[in-house]
Design a protein around this ligand. Sequence first.
Ligand SMILES: Cc1cc2nc3c(=O)[nH]c(=O)nc-3n(C[C@H](O)[C@H](O)[C@H](O)COP(=O)(O)OP(=O)(O)OC[C@H]3O[C@@H](n4cnc5c(N)ncnc54)[C@H](O)[C@@H]3O)c2cc1C
Length: 302
Amino acid sequence: MEKLREELLQANVGTVKENERMASHTTIKIGGPADLFVEPKNIDSLKKTMEIVRKYDVPWRAIGRGSNLLVLDEGIAGVVIKLGEGLDDLYIHDTEVTVGGGYSLIKLATVISKQGLSGLEFAGGIPGTVGGAVYMNAGAHGSDMSRIVKKAQILFEDGTIEWLTNEEMEFSYRTSVLQTKRKGICVAATLEMKKGNRDEIVAAMQKNKDYRRETQPWNYPCAGSIFRNPLPKYAGQLIERAGLKGYTIGGAKISEQHANFIVNAGGATAKDVLELIDYVKKTIYDLYGVSLQTEVEIVGRK
Ligand SMILES: Cc1cc2nc3c(=O)[nH]c(=O)nc-3n(C[C@H](O)[C@H](O)[C@H](O)COP(=O)(O)OP(=O)(O)OC[C@H]3O[C@@H](n4cnc5c(N)ncnc54)[C@H](O)[C@@H]3O)c2cc1C
C-alpha cells in the first residue's frame, strides 16, 4: 500500500490520504478507515489513478457523497476514489444536459429547473452525486434516472472509456448494469430534458422538497432508505405497522419520522446499525412473511 501511495503522490493525481475515516465521507457519519483515499483533480487524474491502482491489483471503489453507504467499523480494504469537485463540469445545450459524475444531484436539479428544463424535479432532495445516482438509478416521486439518462460515460478498470446508451445501462428499480455486470466509474452523463414552464417546474420541485422535509429525518445523519420496497408493499409502512418507529440499538434508531430510515442518533457504530437492520428483518419476516433486502450498500471489512 505504501508503494501505491507513493506512486499516486508522485503522479500528482489530487488528494491522497492514508487511513482516512469514512465517517467523514458518509451522510450517516459512520465508517472506519479506508486504506487509501483519493480525490482526483480531474478526469485525467482519475484515469491515472485507475491505471496505477490496476497495476497494484488492490480492491477499489468509487464513491460520491456517501449518501447510500454503510461503511463497516473495520473500514475499507484498498482504495476509495471520491468523485466531487474536478469531475463536475456542466454543459447545457438546448434540452441536452451533459454533466460530470461528481456534480451534486440537488444542485443540478436546482440549476436546470431554473432554466425551464423539466425531468429532474424528483431529484431536488436526493443528496448524492450524478455518478452515484446513475449507479443506483436513484428515484423518487414516481420517477428515476432511467427516465432522463440518454447515455452515461463509464471508465472501466482496464482504462477504457465508453459511452453506454440508456438501454446498455440496463436500469431497473434502484439498480443499473454497473451493479450487476460491468464494474466501472460513471464519469459523466448526458440527460435529455423537456422544455417547460420555469415557474411550474421550480414549484413542482419545491413541493417535493417540502414533502421530504415533513416526512424524512433531515435533522439527523442518515443514509436514506435502508430497505428496498418489496413492491407493491412499502418497507416503511411494514416497519411502522410493526410498531418499530423509535426502536433503538446503541446509537442507531428507527426514525420517528420515516420508518424506512435509520438515523445516527449520536455515536452510532456500523455494528449498531447492522444489529438494528437484522432485528427489523427478522421482525418483518416473522410478522408478515416478507424478506426485506437492504437498499443502503454495506461495504467494508467484515
Ligand atoms: C436524506 C436522504 C434521502 C435520500 N432519498 C433518496 C431518494 O429519494 N431516492 C433515492 O434513490 N435515493 C435516496 N437517497 C440515497 C442516495 O442519496 C442515492 O442512492 C444517491 O444516488 C447516492 O449517490 P452518492 O453519490 O451519495 O453515492 P454513494 O453513496 O457515494 O455510493 C453509492 C454506490 O454508488 C457507487 N458510486 C458512487 N459514485 C459512483 C460513480 N461515479 N460511478 C460508479 N459508481 C459510483 C458506490 O460505489 C456505491 O456502491 C437518500 C439519501 C439520504 C441521505
